[in-house]
Design a protein around this ligand. Sequence first.
Ligand code: GLN
Length: 547
Amino acid sequence: MARYIFITGGVVSSLGKGLTSAALGALLQARGYSVRLRKLDPYLNVDPGTMSPFEHGEVFVTDDGAETDLDLGHYERFTGVAARNTDSVSSGRIYSTVLEKERRGDYLGKTIQVIPHVTNQIKDFIDIGNDEVDFMLCEIGGTVGDIEALPFFEAIRQFSQDKPRGQCVFMHLTLIPFLAAAGELKTKPTQHSVKELRSIGIAPDILVCRSEHIIPEKERDKIALFCNVRTDSVIPAYDLKSIYEAPMAYHNVGLDQAVLDAFSISDAPEPDLTRWHDVEERINNAEGCVRVAIVGKYVQLSDAYKSIAEALTHGGMANRVRVKVEWVDAEIFDDDDAATHLAGFHAILVPGGFGERGTEGKIRAAQFAREHKVPYLGICLGMQMAVVEAARNVAGIADAGSEEFDFESGKKRFTPVIYHLKEWVQGNYTVKRKQSDDKGGTMRLGAYSATLAEGSNVARIYGTTDIEERHRHRYEVDVKYREALESKGLKFSGMSPDGMLPEIVEWTDHPWFIGVQFHPELKSKPFAPSPIFADFIRAAKDMERMV
Ligand code: GLN
């Protein structure tokens, strides 16, 4: 029988609901239970695929090609359970499904209303059936009281009534602020937030209270009394040095026990926390520090490259070294000398991105890394720009560029070494696209296989010649330039199984220069770092020793 845990938030946003859900998932797994995590987002976009990384942070792509909220990345990093298309939904998706059904006549002439039609659609999304997992953790985005989130709260309230007693538990995250002038922790905002929740029919079983200061027993009792929860279900959540300490920290304050108690489970196995002990040990015993420059466009908001930052941390853990990431705005050296900004780094990473802005800077960064033998990892657009750099500066195609930029500007300025892919094979069928298609959900998305060249650097790194990684892009390196580039030393060391799409390039006369068309960061976990990131940091560590 699947049990459901609903995670909501109150008082303020950004309390770390996603992280708490993920850590709780990991703790339940440590006790031998199977888990799945889902996210319900109240915004009206159909999915985050079209949202600016500046506004919403990174778009997390699943194996089955869904563009989802970055919290799904946390879920995967903590539980290792690959997220699926069905694990993320927004109001936009719910409403568009309801409206499609209405147009098809599925509702047989009924008046379509939020209750029951929208709420039913949400409940259908939440329900996982009885056999798939032991625990389904469902996080509701936003904060209690948000107008657009109301149908979700109503749906989870109904859902808990539809299920047999004791099958659903509500966990609410709040903030206990410290008022310096009074020298006191304040519980009133939490009380109000619980009151708000109860006014829409949801009585939380567990309160997770974020606080910058220790919450004394007396205050916990008070919160319990005023919010109608048990004292041992008031769980403090303090700031941590690393997010990967969350499972152990939550276990130590009794979160998993409180959840089991709320379900009246008394025969749960003791948790095996070896994995998280090991992760903590690696974090605390790192020696030395490597400096990695990320040359990108969305550097003001580090959430825009969340998975990359995490994968670098995992790479550091694998090599027992601290990784200091410095964000460099690619536009700085659009017309400035790259050396002044990039000298002294032990490695350079150019991440994915869209549009032309900042790309000349990315090309300069790739050139700097190639010429100065600095480890370089180019991801997606970062790979494409490394290929443009090679074409321009080594293979003599002076006007090499990407069709993406010509399409954007409406002018024909470049020889398109990177071109728009109009047709490709996904599993058993052929996908077709036009350059003018809708923006949402029309890229080459999700997991695709690649075949690696025997003896290449990447085959050594992965320890195999068959890999599968996740993609999110429209443009591809044109294979017709393969010979011209390989003859100059840029090896096409990973290709799609049909040999048509370049997946990986590497400079053979460089200690570590790799460009990948896919996003290896999306599958990296603290206990199973991405091989590419682990070896990239190893190379950075070698560099650090040399200088
Ligand atoms: N803009 C490029 C493309 O669509 C790269 C995308 C990316 O970096 N994710 O192919």
